[in-house]
Design a protein around this ligand. Structure first.
Ligand SMILES: Cc1cc2nc3c(=O)[nH]c(=O)nc-3n(C[C@H](O)[C@H](O)[C@H](O)COP(=O)(O)OP(=O)(O)OC[C@H]3O[C@@H](n4cnc5c(N)ncnc54)[C@H](O)[C@@H]3O)c2cc1C
Length: 413
């Protein structure tokens, strides 16, 4: 989470904007940046319901700059991750935002995973990302405590602090006289022929184009205006983390990942060195009981009713109940979580780990209960809704922002 506070505005709320963006996470901020860079004369306002920017997914992610090895060739995820990563690194280098292209290893721990590792290497090649199969000797040179039967090395993976990056993006926008309004929840959207009226608590803003980057609430924001714009629903999946105690951080040099289960958009619990220091372990993927459900205690009856009541979540539960139960078990039992980590680094012990935080992923599901894999948008004449921007959308954000900006600028021509 960022502790960035906007400087006092030079003027009151401007009632008429060219573009209003809902949500000041990294996708909202990079979108604003892309529009402001392409057409500096346009007036852009970001409306954020929280008192700080980057509070939700952006503020509680793993801080990894993904390389793009996992995603289906030709998909938006595959393309925009590779492009966005380059742009993000360029921006960080220009602004002096710390990042480190430390590389990662993906480790096969079961014989049947060796073939999957080869498939992953092929997929990386198809996506234009360099990834090399390495010997166990090479693995142990990179990660002396990792166990495995085979490994893939990806040199271009990196780490960064996304909230720090967002602070820079926000400062740039304000310096160019755009607006970021905190504590401003968007509660209504009405599209007219020549404008969109955006309601917040007790106020209205008129815009020529509205862009929804509402993350965990993006489906709700999309459906605020009369005439539903999407049948995609957001399903919140919490990712919980442990941290290695300082005396045991030597067990991990950089990033150690398992071979992912190809049926899911999640990568499996792994070890991540953080740019600000420390090593995080996780995240798992448990169904959350609230859209902003950061622990089992966070229950929102409205959210829960919606999740349980929807046919799509019932289909999802029916299809994946076994995996779901395994994840819930690993959430409730530290021993089970540690066991999953020990598959990668056998020397990790229960007492080496302290529970740190959690993030909640906004994972879209279709009406048929399928987990939506690719980034997705829903559009009207004057509205653009980002309805699926899960991992690696932070890595890809600069490229996602440019695509959305192109859509917005087309409408403003
Ligand atoms: C546990 C976890 C680990 C991850 N790890 C990585 C990683 O290592 N690398 C990577 O690339 N990606 C990672 N991701 C994914 C990445 O963090 C997200 O894809 C990305 O942050 C999405 O950004 P966003 O701006 O769309 O959403 P968010 O950051 O969630 O921002 C949405 C914003 O919209 C605001 N909002 C919602 N509704 C309203 C409303 N009605 N009015 C006003 N404001 C509203 C919210 O308050 C919020 O600030 C991870 C995600 C999680 C949860």
């Amino acid at each position: 989470m960022s502790d960035w506070v906007p400087p006092r505005p030079k003027h009151g709320l401007r009632p008429r904007m060219d573009v209003v963006i809902v949500g000041a996470g990294i996708v909202g901020l990079t979108t604003a940046r892309a529009i402001a860079s392409a057409r500096p004369e346009l007036r852009v306002a970001l409306l954020e319901k929280e008192p700080v920017i980057a509070r939700h997914q952006t503020g509680s992610n793993s801080g990894v700059i993904h390389s793009g090895i996992y995603y289906k060739p030709g998909s938006l995820k595959a393309r925009l991750t590779v492009q966005g990563k380059e742009e993000l690194q360029r921006y960080c280098a220009e602004r002096g935002v710390p990042f480190d292209l430390c590389g990662k290893v993906v480790v096969a721990v079961r014989p049947e995973e060796l073939a999957q590792l080869d498939m992953l290497a092929k997929r990386a090649e198809d996506n234009g990302v360099a990834a090399e199969r390495i010997s166990l000797e090479e693995l142990h040179e990179l990660e002396p405590y990792a166990a495995g039967l085979g490994a893939l090395r990806v040199r271009s993976t990196g780490i960064v602090d996304y909230p720090v990056l967002c602070d820079w993006l926000a400062d740039d926008l304000l310096a160019a006289d755009h607006e970021i309004r905190l504590d401003t929840a968007v509660t209504g959207i009405a599209e007219e022929a020549d404008q969109v009226v955006v309601a917040t608590h007790g106020d209205y803003v008129h815009a020529r184009v509205v862009i929804n980057c509402g993350g965990l609430h993006s489906d709700r924001v999309a459906n605020l205006s009369p005439g539903s714009h999407t049948d995609i629903r957001i399903m919140p999946f919490r990712g919980e983390y442990y941290s290695l105690v300082p005396a045991r951080r030597h067990l991990v040099n950089n990033l150690i990942y398992p071979v992912p289960d190809a049926r899911f958009p999640f990568l499996g619990v792994h070890f991540t060195r953080m740019i600000k220091g420390g090593v995080e372990c996780g995240p798992n993927a448990v169904p959350a009981l609230a859209r902003e459900g950061y622990s089992w205690r966070d229950v929102d009856l409205g959210d829960l009713k919606e999740i349980v009541g929807a046919r799509s979540s019932r289909i999802l539960a029916r299809n994946y109940w076994r995996t779901g139960l395994g994840e819930i078990h690993r959430s409730l039992s530290k021993k089970a979580f540690v066991k999953a980590l020990q598959a990668l680094v056998p020397d990790v012990r229960d007492e080496d780990l302290i529970r740190t935080g959690a993030g909640v992923r906004a994972q879209a599901i279709g009406p048929d209960g399928a987990l939506l894999d690719d980034f997705a948008f829903a559009e009207t004449a004057r509205q653009i809704h980002v309805v699926n921007a899960p991992s690696p959308a932070a890595t890809a954000s600069f490229a996602i922002g440019r695509i959305i900006a192109d859509k917005a600028l087309d409408r403003l021509r």
